[in-house]
Design a protein around this ligand. Structure first.
Ligand code: SRM
Ligand code: SF4
Length: 581
């Protein structure tokens, strides 16, 4: 039996990562954040505290486009903060949405980012406004605790509980897991709310009051931890990209339990083949009554055995590969007092969103809208932010739901209000999918420049332009309406899940991308590197003949990713460890 890496009874070993020492010394995530906030001489907080603020859902950033100008003027970088607002299960009320809109326009940069994990992000919040912004978020019964940091993140699931009875039950399980794994430290309320305890939304217990962290301990997890739940046949939350992916198993419209997949994660570093994306492996099944306990125990295996000496090797995917899946199963059995069962049959057919109106089991309607790059803003000729605000103001019972693909649902709409929603959207010429091509409606782009400190190239601002050019080719080839999953990120960390794109672009340098092909249309297979470090002209040149060949030579029902493998453009990636092979 291997020895646990975490031993809180002993001091943090010297060879552990610096952040492990910071967590230990932070007094349950306090650090010197308060002192930093009160220092008027700089727009920044101390380096060590930037690690702690992540656990509170906020990242210090600076506008990278202004760096040189600021340096020339002998000014410090223009620091500001990104805040990620946790929306477990992805649903908020119209009133909460209006609060998000108001905060974005008064305290942030006037836009809202809908993320790939069903959260809202504000960008450009100045340090002097940070506390007020946090208070206003909590005032709207939302919060940002554990939206980032070495803890369990937002639990994803399909955000339309009224698609079926099973969706409703799965939504509840996702909320239960999220609630159960929320850190308990009162630091969040102490720092941002001046110690005031504020009850969270009725759905989630954010009534955190203690400095005991029974699950996390004062050292928390070795790295971020992610969970998602999907209901076959739709893998619309890309469960295999998660540390734990749960696959709902139903019988005659009744939720029985979940298949359990472990060890997914996408981040890697260019040039370091020992880092790789890995899809979660299905290791068994547990009935719904046991699932919260099983999920907790899996997270604790990672807490105890995850690597703490090298953050690039600290995700659960490496723990799974280092120790083996039998070890993970044995640990679950030991910690739960009984083993998990054999996995059940399931089938996923896609990993995208279904656009348009859908009537729910509650008789209400839900509209899924495409939001390019997840960015809600008003741009010339496309006043999306204004239109959504008007919907929220005029259709009070409606709620707003974030999908795992950066899109938005307007849900809980009565038959009477449905035409009002349509009228508002068409008045602003917003949300029409008729003209959307199959690549665009299946696209995801991460934030990247100018805010993300890790970006090597553009993503959100560039992918729409590239898609227009690719769609010209698709049109010529007769493929304009074909669904092809296309994803772009500004660096290899994988925030837009590019390794699950049938066409994936990963930034290498300004204007240069690695091009990956061959992922499974249902998110069940990683793609593989096809061309390295290429610019737009070469991207178009490389993809054109493949798209034309696909149009002519594909087999009945064959998806683009599978075609690329059958025709030998790339080899199939069977598991994470052979991603670079
Ligand atoms: Fe991410 C770091 C944005 C989903 C893997 N991610 C970051 C940071 C915070 C950059 C940083 O550390 O300084 C980015 C902030 C950019 C900005 O300006 O806002 C960032 N990640 C995002 C979002 C907003 C992308 C988006 O455009 O939607 C997504 C927020 C999700 C959320 O609401 O919680 C986002 N990030 C993901 C995903 C996709 C997913 O989870 O389904 C992944 C790949 C899956 C995974 O975790 O393996 C992902 N982000 C990373 C990594 C690499 C982790 C690793 O294991 O190596 C980093 C860097 C890190 O942690 O060191 C990172
Ligand atoms: Fe930033 Fe890279 Fe994530 Fe894009 S993939 S948001 S560039 S960390």
């Amino acid at each position: 039996m291997p020895e646990k890496i975490l031993d809180v009874s002993k001091p943090v070993p010297a060879d552990f990562e610096h952040v492990e020492h910071i967590k230990e010394a932070s007094n349950f995530l306090r650090g010197s954040i308060v002192e930093g906030l009160n220092n008027p001489l700089t727009g920044a907080v101390a380096d060590d505290d930037t690690q702690m603020t992540k656990f509170h859902g906020t990242y210090m950033q600076d506008d990278r486009e202004l760096r040189n100008e600021r340096r020339r003027s002998k000014l410090e970088p223009l620091y500001s903060f990104m805040i990620r607002v946790r929306v477990p299960g992805g649903i908020c009320s119209a009133k909460q949405y209006l609060e998000m809109d108001r905060i974005a326009n008064t305290l942030a940069n006037g836009t809202l980012k809908l993320t790939t994990r069903q959260a809202f992000q504000f960008h450009g919040v100045l340090k002097r406004n940070l506390k007020q912004t946090m208070q206003e978020i909590v005032g709207s019964s939302m919060d940002s605790i554990a939206a980032c940091g070495d803890v369990n993140r937002n639990v994803m699931c399909n955000p339309n509980p009224y698609s079926s009875e099973v969706h409703e039950q799965v939504y509840q399980v996702s909320c239960d897991i999220s609630d159960h794994l929320t850190p308990q430290t009162s630091a969040y309320y102490e720092i941002w709310m001046d110690g005031e305890k504020v009850k969270g939304t009725p759905k989630f217990n954010t009534d955190v009051t203690s400095d005991e962290e029974p699950l996390y301990t004062k050292r928390y997890l070795p790295r971020k931890f992610k969970i998602a739940v999907a209901i076959p046949p739709h893998n619309d939350v890309d469960i295999f990209a998660n540390d734990i992916g749960l696959i709902a198993i139903e019988e005659e419209g009744n939720l029985l339990g979940f298949n359990i997949a472990v060890g997914g994660g996408l981040g890697m570093t260019h040039g370091m083949t020992e880092t790789y994306p890995r899809l979660a492996s299905v290791i068994g099944y547990a009935p719904k009554e046991r699932i919260v306990d099983v999920v907790e125990k899996i997270m604790l295996i990672q807490r105890d055995f995850g690597c703490r000496t090298n953050r690039k090797h600290a995700r659960f995917k490496y723990t799974c590969d280092d120790y083996g899946l039998d070890f993970i199963r044995d640990q679950i059995a030991e910690r739960c007092g009984e083993p998990i069962e054999e996995a059940r049959e399931y089938l996923f057919t896609n990993n995208g969103d279904q656009f348009g109106w859908l009537k729910g089991t509650n008789g209400k309607w839900c509209l899924t809208l495409f939001v390019e790059g997840g960015r809600v803003k008003d741009s010339k000729g496309y006043p999306l932010m204004t239109a959504l605000r008007e919907v929220a103001e005029n259709c009070g019972q409606a709620d707003f739901r974030l999908t795992g693909n950066q899109n938005l649902m307007i849900g809980n709409v009565s038959a009477a209000k449905k035409k009002d929603v349509d009228a508002i959207l068409s008045k602003h010429k917003v949300g029409e999918f008729a003209g959307l091509g199959g690549m665009r409606r299946n696209s995801i782009a991460c934030v990247a420049l100018p805010t993300c400190g890790l970006a090597m190239a553009e993503a959100e601002r560039y992918l729409p332009l590239l898609i227009s050019k690719l769609e010209d080719i698709a049109e010529e080839a007769g493929l304009r309406d074909d669904d092809i999953v296309i994803r772009m990120t500004g660096c290899p960390n994988g925030c837009g899940r590019p390794y699950l794109g049938e066409i994936g672009f990963v930034g290498k340098a300004p204007g240069k991308y690695n091009l990956y092909l061959g992922a499974g249309f249902a998110g069940e297979r990683l793609n593989k590197l096809y061309r390295e470090n290429i610019g737009e002209a070469q991207i178009l040149e490389e993809l054109k003949p493949i798209l034309f060949a696909y149009a002519k030579e594909r087999e009945e029902g064959e998806r683009f990713g599978s075609f690329c493998i059958r025709k030998g453009y790339v080899k199939a990636t069977v598991e994470g460890k052979d991603f670079h092979a």
